[in-house]
Each structure stands twice: as structure tokens, then as C-alpha cells.
Design a protein around this ligand. Structure first.
Ligand code: SF4
Length: 211
């Protein structure tokens, strides 16, 4: 095992322990393939499933694997209109499983996200029976402050580029703490305890996934 893989494994195990103290279920997977198998194992046959706007879960092949496995999927990517997408956002609240990535996670197990419209952080907070996070080890930060800084200074400016959103950070890559109509940091969410206990599962992956 290479040194960086071993470091990720050891740090991943530390974060898993810290998440368990916060009433999460958690595990560390070395690869995306392992993480996909773990997600499919967690979701019983016949479950209803949806997900947030995550580059991570699409690129790693998880969304395709969930479709292929025959679950009842509410997939906003298949919506023909924006109204249909909003309907799927609302259906997310009654799903068995909501799959998401995160903008950052601190070493002591606080999951941090920023959100423009709030549908993702709303579903993380309440609604779907279970929430599964897939988080690459590139998103681990020392503490909550640096997790928030990562979300605002790295993840958000990349996402405004991806979606060509009219915010100051799209123009120069720097967070200006904007109040733009299109700001994707309207909601800033810290998930510090899983409540009810075990509603949230974090799967850490020893790869660079997403932004
Ligand atoms: S400039 Fe606005 S949208 Fe961009 S990271 Fe800062 S607050 Fe978020």
C-alpha cells in the first residue's frame, strides 16, 4: 500500500470513530467501486432513492449503478422541465434514501455544505428516512472553520464555473461574500449530530472525488 493510501486509511478510520460519537453510521472504503457496493448493500431491494446535485456521485458511477439495480429512483437529471425538477425535489422528502456528497468534512466529523435554493440541505436535515453521504478524502479538513473555508473558497467557486452562474466568484475564483440573486451560499449547513441517531451514514472514499 502506498504511503498516501495508508495515510487516507488511517485518517479515514479516525473520522469514522469521530462520526460514530456523533451518532452517525460511518465506514471507510478505499475505492469508488467499494463505496458503490456498500451503498447498494445498505439499501434494501424495493427502496425509493433520490440524490442531490452532486458531481461526485455521478462521476463515480453510483447513479447509474442505482438505476441498474432496479430501485424506484426519483432522478432530477431526467426531468424534462424545471417544474418537473421541483416536483422531484419535493418527492425527495418521502424517499427511503437520499444520496449526497458534501462540500467538506472536518476531521472531528462535522459535515459542511453550502446551498443556493436549500433543497439539498433541507433533505439532509429532515424528510428522507436515510441520508447517505459519499465523501472523497480530498474534502477532509482540519476543523470546522477550514471546512467552511473550503466550501466557500474552493467548492462554491468551482460550482459557479460548472453551472455558469452569475456570481463574483465565477469571475475571479474568490468568495466575495456576495448577496447576488444567484448566490449558491444562501444556506450554510453544519451537520454536527445525526438525529435521529443513525439516520445519516457517511462513506469516506480514499480517492479524489468531486470538488
Ligand atoms: S461569491 Fe457568493 S456564490 Fe461565490 S462563494 Fe462567495 S458567497 Fe458563494
Amino acid at each position: 500500500m502506498r504511503a498516501n493510501e495508508e495515510r487516507n486509511r488511517l485518517l479515514g478510520q479516525t473520522i469514522v470513530r469521530n462520526l460514530e460519537r456523533r451518532h452517525f453510521d460511518a465506514c471507510y472504503c478505499s475505492t469508488s467501486a467499494e463505496a458503490i457496493a456498500k451503498v447498494l448493500q445498505l439499501m434494501p431491494e424495493g427502496s425509493s432513492v433520490t440524490w442531490g446535485g452532486s458531481e461526485t456521485i455521478r462521476r463515480m458511477g453510483l447513479t447509474k449503478a442505482v438505476h441498474d439495480a432496479g430501485y424506484t429512483v426519483f432522478d432530477r437529471d431526467l426531468a424534462a422541465t424545471s417544474e418537473e425538477a421541483v416536483t422531484i425535489y419535493r418527492q425527495a422528502f418521502s424517499c427511503d434514501f437520499y444520496i449526497s456528497s458534501a462540500n467538506a468534512i472536518s476531521e472531528d466529523g462535522v459535515v459542511v455544505n453550502v446551498d443556493g435554493n436549500g433543497n439539498r440541505v433541507a433533505a439532509i436535515t429532515w424528510g428522507p428516512r436515510h441520508v447517505i453521504f459519499i465523501i472523497g478524502m480530498n474534502k477532509v479538513t482540519r476543523d470546522v472553520e477550514s471546512a467552511l473555508a473550503r466550501a466557500r473558497s474552493t467548492a462554491a467557486p468551482i460550482n459557479t464555473q460548472r453551472f455558469d452562474i452569475d456570481t463574483p466568484c465565477r469571475k475571479d475564483g474568490v468568495c466575495h461574500n456576495c448577496k447576488s440573486d444567484d448566490c449558491i451560499c444562501s444556506y450554510i449547513h453544519f451537520l454536527r449530530l445525526s438525529r435521529p441517531a443513525h439516520r445519516h451514514t457517511v462513506i469516506l472514499v480514499g480517492e479524489e472525488l468531486g470538488f
